[in-house]
Design a protein around this ligand. Structure first.
Ligand SMILES: *Cc1c(COP(=O)(O)O)cnc(C)c1O
Length: 491
């Protein structure tokens, strides 16, 4: 058949659109999207025919004629599905890294996700006081809770902790000097670096101390007899230009060995002597002492507030386990000034986030409930025995769903807190360890990653590891089905 005859045989757009499978898709996603996909599929079919102009008479009739109407419809439907797929999609985290920044940090508690969805759909008391019928404050929804949970006099929440730090430094030290220890010039990843944030805040950074040791006398040289500083020509770092003493929690690394830093309480006393405010960027935002679950003690927000800091900043979606937010807790007059600062408007929270944050904080009013219902806390605190049981169960289900295909076994391993928190903590866990037959472990990792939902796993020493600690309990079955599907596709 000559090329023109083959082209003429292609189905018409209208005919394709009337096919039941494409008509059904049009109901779902709209006729325009399907029409575009059908045109693309027809263009592809035309291109395929033109690519083989001298199709020999001896070729099988199918090949000689070109793509069939069925094939073009299947192609069009696939194009519609790709186009209709959202960009932001759910992922199953089987990595064992709990606060995993690339895949969304903290999953929300059910009540928090519900609260966000509920408030999103309608109008709300966002900035409305129902008692007086007058304008209210969006800070009111979380301020009391944060104060109760941390002991602070006042609090507010903004878009993320980076914004909280920017706002606090700008409000307290713009045009002045802010003193920070050389041991705390942290990079958090991405573009958050303490020196850069200070510059953007309009403060001049004054570094004191060394990488491993910073002493109180590095800030203020009070020559005492027998004090080495009396013999060295130290200059006072604190001057009349000092606007702020900044402490940064080195949340994502530790300097170990011959080290020393100035505790918050001593900085607070120093600040008071010199009438300079003192703030701490605490990073992860721990509200409960993690030592109760045999994890390393991480300074809590309450401890920082009790040390007398003027303001403490931390993330809402790291160890706190809520939505992306930055929380500022501290002295009444400092927080009042921050609320009025022009930057506060630029970094303010959306109503959905506020709803989720309020619901998350409410769970903390009962620590046992928080440990049960806040996924990040539940994952951190789950004992190894509980994870081991889930791993064994998964091993059985995987072997039953795809016999002989993955050789699943439960094995001891470690989970990580992630999110730049608890960098030294190995959290003992049990993983499901797989060695596929019929494909490489890299192929399996890729197939899981590209599937729907996407499953992100880890490869170690030629085995694929799935850590149930970070797989939400109701996702176990999806992991098993995904492996069964992959096994059937590779048969
Ligand atoms: C994570 C972190 C930040 C940045 O917080 P985001 O909520 O990601 O903006 C700032 N400082 C410290 C010490 C951190 O650990």
């Amino acid at each position: 058949m000559d090329t023109n005859a083959r082209l003429r045989q292609l189905p018409k757009v209208d005919v394709l659109l009337e096919r039941p499978e494409l008509a059904a898709l049009a109901e779902d996603v709209g006729r325009t999207v399907v029409l575009e996909a059908v045109r693309e599929a027809l263009d592809a079919a035309r291109a395929a025919i033109l690519a083989t102009p001298d199709c020999p008479e001896s070729a099988s009739p199918d090949v000689a004629a070109g793509p069939t109407a069925d094939e073009i419809a299947v192609d069009a439907a696939a194009r519609v599905r790709t186009r209709a797929r959202t960009s932001l999609r759910r992922v199953i985290n089987a990595t064992g890294i709990i606060v995993h920044t690339n895949i969304g940090r903290s999953p929300l508690a059910y009540v928090a996700a519900d609260a966000a969805a509920d408030i999103a759909r309608g109008y709300s008391t966002l900035e409305f006081d129902v008692e007086s019928g007058a304008r209210g404050s969006r800070h009111a929804h979380v301020e009391g809770l944060i104060c109760k949970l941390t002991g602070a006099e006042a609090a507010m929440a903004v878009n993320n902790n980076a914004a909280a730090v920017l706002l606090a430094i700008a409000a307290l030290a713009r045009g002045k000097e802010a003193i920070v220890s050389r041991g705390e010039l942290v990079e958090i990843g991405g573009s958050f670096r303490v020196p850069d944030v200070m510059r953007e805040s309009g403060a001049t950074m004054v570094e004191v101390g060394t990488t491993n040791k910073t002493h109180l006398r590095d800030y203020e040289n009070v020559p005492l007899k027998d004090d080495i500083a009396a013999y060295l020509d130290y200059e006072n770092a604190i001057t009349e230009n000092t606007g702020l003493l900044l402490k940064v929690h080195t949340s994502n690394y530790r300097v170990v060995g011959f080290t020393e830093g100035v505790p918050a309480a001593e900085l607070v006393a120093l600040g008071a002597r010199n009438s300079v405010p003192v703030m701490e960027d605490q990073g992860s935002g721990v509200l409960l002492d993690l030592a109760r679950w045999n994890l390393p003690h991480e300074p809590t927000v309450g401890e920082a507030v009790a040390a007398g800091l003027d303001v403490v900043t931390f993330s809402g979606d790291k160890l706190l386990g809520g939505p992306q937010a930055g929380i500022l807790a501290g002295r009444y007059h400092v927080i009042a000034a921050l609320k009025k600062h022009p930057l506060a408007r630029a970094v303010r929270l959306d109503k959905m986030t506020l709803a989720a944050l309020e619901a998350t904080l409410r769970l903390y009013l009962d620590p046992e409930r928080a440990a049960r219902e806040v996924p990040t806390l539940r994952m951190l605190s789950a004992p190894r025995s509980e994870i081991a049981e889930r791993a064994e169960r998964l091993v059985g289900l995987i072997e039953a769903a795809a016999p002989g295909r993955f050789s699943p076994v439960a094995a001891e391993d470690v989970s990580r807190a992630g999110g730049g928190a608890l960098p030294m903590a190995d959290i003992p866990t049990s993983v499901v360890s797989l060695v596929p037959t019929g494909c490489s472990v890299d192929d399996l990792e890729r197939a899981l990653r590209l599937g729907e939902p996407h499953i992100i796993a880890r490869i170690s020493e030629g085995r694929l590891l799935l850590d149930p600690r970070t797989i939400l309990p109701d996702e176990d079955d999806e992991v098993v089905s995904a492996l069964a599907r992959i096994a059937s596709e590779w048969r």
